[in-house]
Design a protein around this ligand. Structure first.
Ligand code: SF4
Length: 341
């Protein structure tokens, strides 16, 4: 198990700088549904009122089930989706005010590590071509400079000797090597923020540990901010300082990782911990029953608290009618649940 081998790694707790790098405020990302011949048929409310800040050099994790809106949130941070409402501010500049050149600059500042390394690398391109492409788009015209940058980054992701890999094609590499190429590609333009979408979920357990240690090392070495998106709580505490739990398009609990493991509050967080394979999680939590049912439709979400149809502690007449705001249960620990009013 990944965590067995990571137990000697100090949990990520320190924020080296106190400056906010990325600020997301009341973000909504809705997609219009259209039915052939009938026109407008509603909206998919993939992200529905999400707010948080990330500091320079800070790693945070966003956890939740498939379909909770994590990917839509990630694509909005990567400037692929356009927000329906709300704002995204990076390094003091609003994304919506940046214009075309500013958005290009912003994209160079945000690296992306995909989940499936094989799918992320074009099979017909050599590793050199794959890694040169972002540098060409980024305006590095001199080929020697491009190759020097590629070799440096490949060394940093521990592909030794880097020259040996340049003329290879993705299918000639192992899964772990492919993921190192994906990581190298995300680092080429010296970004300030990396968004990693389930970066180890497709890899063998032994390789996962190596890749997580590599990511942690790169994050510390370059003082990178990091958004680690996952459904697997077992790897989060070794990588992230804070954790945000997402359910049906909303963040239902936000806390430092240690606080959340010690004092999980939202019934959905308890369910996630119950399903977690984290050996450090409180045993009493691990044997709680996972609530039955599926996450709600994002087209017609239930009124009130979106978790109420699955929640055994729902307060009749309240949870099914009123949307809970965030309540602060301890410093820097917020939960969106009426039980903590
Ligand atoms: Fe359960 Fe009510 Fe809390 Fe929602 S607000 S999680 S339904 S107790």
């Amino acid at each position: 198990m990944v965590t067995d081998t990571l137990t000697n790694v100090t949990p990520a707790t320190a924020v080296k700088q106190d400056q906010v790098l990325l600020s997301i405020q009341n973000l909504r990302v809705w997609f219009e549904l259209r039915r052939w011949g009938f026109g407008h048929a509603g909206y998919v409310r993939a992200v529905d009122g999400v707010s948080f800040d990330i500091h320079c050099g800070e790693a945070i994790a966003i956890v939740g089930e498939s379909g909770c809106g994590k990917s839509s949130l990630m694509k909005t941070i990567l400037a692929i989706n356009i927000p329906t409402e709300g704002s995204l501010t990076f390094d003091g500049k609003k994304l919506s005010d940046m214009g075309r050149a500013g958005t290009r600059w912003y994209r160079s500042q945000v690296g992306y590590i995909q989940q499936d390394p094989y799918g992320a690398l074009p099979p017909f391109m050599s590793i050199q071509r794959i890694l040169e492409e972002p540098l060409i788009i980024g305006g590095v015209k001199n080929k020697d400079q491009r190759i020097a940058r590629i070799l440096k980054v490949m060394s940093e992701v521990k592909m030794h000797p880097p020259e040996d890999f340049l003329n290879k094609f993705p299918h000639m590499l192992s899964g772990g090597q492919q993921q190192r190429v994906v990581i190298a590609r995300s680092m080429l333009l010296e970004p300030k923020l990396i968004v990693a979408d389930e970066p180890v979920s497709m890899l063998d357990a032994s390789v996962r540990v190596e890749i997580l240690k590599l990511l942690r090392g790169l994050q510390e070495q370059h003082d990178l901010s990091f958004i680690y998106i996952t459904h697997d709580l077992s790897t989060v505490r070794y990588f992230s300082r804070r954790i945000f739990v997402m359910y049906a398009g909303r963040l239902v609990e936000k806390a430092r990782v240690d606080d959340l493991i010690r004092n999980p509050c939202h019934p959905y967080t308890l369910a996630l911990l119950a399903a977690s394979s984290d050996p450090d999680a409180n045993n009493a939590l691990r044997f709680r029953e996972v609530p039955p049912g599926e996450p709600p439709s994002l087209v017609t979400p239930p009124p009130g608290c979106r978790f109420h149809p699955r929640c055994s502690q729902a307060i009749a007449g309240k949870c099914d009618k009123q949307d809970p705001p965030d309540f602060e249960v301890e410093p820097d620990h917020f939960v969106s649940c009426w039980l903590f009013e």
